[in-house]
Design a protein around this ligand. Structure first.
Ligand SMILES: [Fe+2]
Length: 163
């Protein structure tokens, strides 16, 4: 019917636009395409990584997500995963976050048996941080491919490396 490639853009609710805009600009490195008020209670900001108009949209909203309810993973989005070009870029991102004192809540890890996890892991290098509302952000690279028609894990190693 149709083929999906990767996460295109994601919209999330934020409780403090200034705070989140600063976070996504300075920590994550997004470029602001535009910030627009919509009515009395809504403002939205388009953010981009490259040449597309937007990859993310931040919405202020009279939402249930507030500073008291923004526990990890309980704000309607489990995690937003941002793929980096290669290991070098991933290491730059990790270094950048650390230099800003951002807490790495999980990782850096390798998803898979190489990282002491399950064989079903993707093999990607990954680490996670939280945005100001508790939304988990994953930064990853080197996710393995599973060619069309191939099972995973492949039969020639599945039985031998399961933990
Ligand atoms: Fe992920």
């Amino acid at each position: 019917m149709f083929t999906m490639k990767r996460v295109g853009h994601v919209g999330i609710h934020v409780t403090d636009m200034d705070k989140s805009l600063k976070f996504y600009s300075e920590v994550v490195g997004c470029t602001v395409t535009g910030r627009w008020p919509r009515g009395e209670d809504l403002e939205l900001t388009f953010l981009r990584f490259g040449e597309m108009h937007h990859d993310m949209v931040l919405f202020t909203h009279p939402t249930q997500v507030d500073p008291n309810s923004s526990e990890k993973g309980f704000n309607g989005l489990n995690h937003l995963a941002i793929e980096l070009e290669d290991r070098d870029e991933w290491l730059k991102a990790l270094s950048h976050m650390r230099s800003l004192g951002v807490e790495i809540i999980q990782g850096p890890i390798i998803h898979g048996i190489e990282g002491d996890q399950n064989v079903f892991g993707s093999g990607s290098r990954s680490f996670y941080i939280l945005d100001p509302d508790g939304t988990r952000l994953e930064f990853y690279t080197d996710m393995m491919r599973v060619p069309n028609g191939e099972p995973f894990p492949r039969a020639d190693y599945a039985d031998h490396i399961k933990s």
